[in-house]
Design a protein around this ligand. Structure first.
Ligand code: GLC
Length: 429
């Protein structure tokens, strides 16, 4: 397929997965609105329909909880082909049935991009309407995912990280007692190959964490205090730190001085905290279990998001460049979600090795901003190459480039349109 044909296919995927203002990740496997999927999808829509891009984000915030949380899934209609559905979550925090935790907060960054892409001033008005929602959501993260004010955000469930079965969660997850789950039937393994999905032992624990949170009615302070899983995640932490810088710029553009002052405080807190995730021997930022104090021992793709978060000190950047080159010598396509030199690496099992397009996009953005255009371009070329060879898959093998998981995937299509497509760079040039 030519690049122009791929552009066309990518657009049709977004249009096909559009449910009338919000987009599902893919038919069958993921039939609802997912938080960070939607936000990346907005970037894709923005390349041909700005208004539709805004709708995507606005509809996501329609599901915001009274306490400020923006859920990871909005169940706008019941779909029996998905498990666990609304009745298993048992939440009552917002206007739309939803899951009970959040997902990486990329929204402020993308909203700023949408504003910058529209000189008419209309986009800034739409951003102004969402500013209070963003402030509340960010403040919710700081209150309930960093209750001790450490400057790092924890996730209460592997799914909250968006990187479901990452090896970094293994140990903390094993410590979760399996209870209160009853018999259940997974649906994911009937849509795609079970060899590419999390194991049953993981799934039992995913559901046990949900049961524990249901037992405290998803009260966020109680969840922070008692949830059996509470692990500081460099991915969410870096994405949040970056999002605060973009939120600050929006607040300044809108003349919101009080908000701007508050956000500056959040940024300093996060900059200080991020250092505590630095693993001295590995020379990378890793997850830290907040219950046991244990640090993970592998380099995940989230470590490469430090520059995206604005952490571009020489030690960090130099160490990441060295890891980048070492890993590039091991696999054909960057960036594997987990270090191929680590014993837990599996090239086709979801977040234990495969390449994800939107992670590459964020890593490349940070590297480019830090002045490392060559590595940023390598990521763009690899992402484009994977899609050209294997289509708009959910994720890809770093070794063979084979596409895996769900097909006709919305965020892969969106990232192609917004960044990886050579036609896009030709237009920009
Ligand atoms: C999986 C991914 C998560 C994504 C969701 C929908 O759960 O791990 O990041 O948001 O699928 O695509």
């Amino acid at each position: 397929m030519s690049h122009a044909e791929l552009d066309q296919t990518a657009k049709s995927i977004l249009i096909e997965n559009d449910q009338g203002g919000y987009t599902i990740p893919t038919k069958g496997l993921y039939p609802y609105q997912w938080n960070w999927d939607s936000v990346f999808v907005a970037l894709g829509f923005a390349t041909f329909d700005q208004d539709r891009a805004w709708r995507e984000v606005e509809m996501l915030f329609e599901g915001q909880w009274r306490d400020g949380m923006v859920p990871h899934i909005l169940f706008r209609k019941d779909d029996p082909s998905y498990f666990p559905g609304p009745s298993v979550w048992g939440t009552d925090g917002g206007p739309i049935p939803s899951s009970g935790h959040s997902q990486p907060p990329v929204a402020a960054t993308v909203i700023r991009d949408l504003v910058n892409a529209d000189p008419s001033g209309k986009a800034l008005e739409r951003a102004a309407a969402l500013l209070p929602n963003l402030m509340n959501w960010h403040s919710w993260f700081l209150t309930y995912r960093d209750p001790k004010g450490l400057g790092v955000l924890a996730v209460i469930h592997p799914w909250e990280s968006g990187r479901d079965n990452l090896p970094d969660w293994d140990e903390a997850l094993r410590a979760v007692e399996v209870k209160d789950i009853g018999p259940y039937e997974r649906k994911d393994t009937s849509h795609v190959d079970p060899a590419m999905r999390p194991h049953k032992e993981d799934y039992d624990r995913y559901l046990s964490i949900m049961a524990a949170c249901r037992a405290v009615d998803w009260d966020p302070a109680e969840v922070a205090r008692t949830c059996p899983f509470f692990v500081a995640d460099p991915g969410v932490t870096f994405i949040f730190l970056r999002a605060n810088r973009d939120l600050l710029s929006l607040a300044e553009q809108l003349g919101k001085t009080e908000e701007a002052e508050e956000i500056r405080g959040w940024i300093s807190r996060m900059e200080a905290g991020a250092r505590t995730l630095w693993h001295e021997e590995l020379k990378a930022h890793v997850a830290v279990d907040q219950r046991s104090g244990k640090m993970a021992d592998g380099v995940s793709s989230a470590a490469f998001l430090a520059p995206y978060a604005g952490l571009t000190g020489d030690e960090t950047l130099g160490a990441l460049q060295a890891h980048f080159d070492r890993i590039a010598g091991k696999v054909r396509y960057l960036m594997p979600s987990y270090d191929p030199d680590h014993q837990s690496y599996e090239p086709l099992r979801y977040w234990r090795g495969p390449v994800w397009a939107m992670i590459n996009y964020m890593i490349a953005r940070g590297f480019a901003e830090a002045g490392d255009l060559a590595r940023a371009e390598k990521l763009r070329a690899d992402t484009g190459g994977l899609i050209a060879a294997s289509g708009f898959a959910e994720y890809f093998s770093p070794e063979t480039g084979a596409g895996a998981g769900g097909g006709t995937f919305s965020w892969t299509a969106a990232i192609w349109l917004a960044w990886a497509s050579p036609s896009h760079t030709q237009q920009a040039a």
